[in-house]
Design a protein around this ligand. Structure first.
Ligand code: F6P
Length: 305
């Protein structure tokens, strides 16, 4: 029998409370995975705090994560990318705070491309004033032809696959990302119109004969890097998104935490480590360059020269 998620966490020596919380988050993902397969793929008719139109599945996934976390006496508070404010559950009596993007890349639902959920877990109550480096664990679920769960905690990152019995079992242990990238995922190419230096980054990818692997969703794009054990994802700022598009605590900090556990790197376009950015607003955004160390460094250098 393959190793279960619970056994993996137990053998890794993860403290019981954190283990329990991760199992609860994994439970929530199973409902979302089911809804992505059989649920309503249309729009919800509402919009979120960012003014983006919500899909029916955005709303449902948010409800699922909120319900599961609300039931847990371990949770001090949580924040969802789909909601305006932090939600207090047990306040100081809770042990952890969870930030999550319940369904990232939901514009891909209609075209049947993989989507995912992303989360980060901090100790204590709340997020403001904290950095990604202070997280205790981070992970994402990818709802694709198969449902997978990639989690970093205790300095190690591994992949689990959801089987037909509804159990996550270990599929790849201890993922590492090489220092040099063979694949590239260039987000926000429209920035080249305003920033020729981003065009030079693209030239660098092409002249070094890297292979394009771009899905248009953060989860499948970053997952490609982990599965191929190398690669780079870029999303710079431009006038429409002066600070970048992707959100710090729901998307970038968890992905940076995962990348750093795999030996890769994640920085802003000016080279600041994503994990050292202090959260001062729940919906704060950042540019992001992440993946194989040498190529992240090289790319940021080209962008700033
Ligand atoms: O934040 C949502 C998201 O869909 C990410 O999953 C993805 O990487 C990015 O936005 C794509 O942005 P754009 O629509 O600018 O290509």
């Amino acid at each position: 029998m393959q190793k279960s998620l619970h056994k993996y966490l137990f053998e890794l020596g993860v403290e019981p409370k954190l283990r329990h919380l991760v199992m609860e988050i994994a439970r929530a993902s199973k409902y979302v995975a089911h809804a992505v397969r059989v649920g309503d793929t249309g729009i919800a008719g509402s919009s979120n705090i960012q003014g983006e139109n919500q899909m029916a599945l955005d709303v449902l996934s948010d409800d699922v994560f909120c319900n599961v976390l609300s039931e847990s006496d371990l949770v001090a508070s949580f924040a969802s990318e789909e909601q305006d404010d932090i939600v207090m559950i047990n306040g100081k009596r809770g042990s952890y705070s969870v930030a999550f993007d319940p369904l990232d890349g939901s514009s891909l639902i209609g075209v049947n491309i993989s989507v995912g959920s992303i989360f980060g877990i901090w100790e204590g109550n709340g997020f403001v004033g904290k950095t990604g480096a202070e997280m205790r664990a981070a992970g994402y679920f990818q709802y694709g032809p198969r449902t997978s769960f990639v989690i970093a905690l205790g300095g190690k990152i591994s992949e689990f696959t959801l089987n037909e019995l509804g159990e996550y079992h270990l599929s790849i242990e201890d993922i590492t990302v090489a220092e040099d990238a063979n694949i590239f995922a260039p987000g926000n190419l429209r920035a080249i119109q305003e920033r020729p230096e981003y065009g030079r980054v693209l030239d660098y990818f092409l002249t070094t004969r890297k292979t394009l692997r771009y899905a248009g969703g953060l989860v499948p794009d970053v997952n490609s890097i982990f599965m191929k054990k190398n690669g780079i994802f870029t999303y710079p700022s431009h006038s429409q998104y002066p600070n970048g598009k992707l959100r710090l605590i729901y998307e970038c900090a968890p992905m940076a935490y995962l990348m750093s556990a795999a030996g890769g790197k994640a920085v802003t376009e000016s080279g600041e480590p994503i994990l050292l950015i202090e959260c001062n607003d729940l919906h704060q955004r950042t540019s992001i360059f992440l993946g194989s160390k040498n190529d992240v460094d090289k790319t940021v250098k080209i962008l700033n020269s």
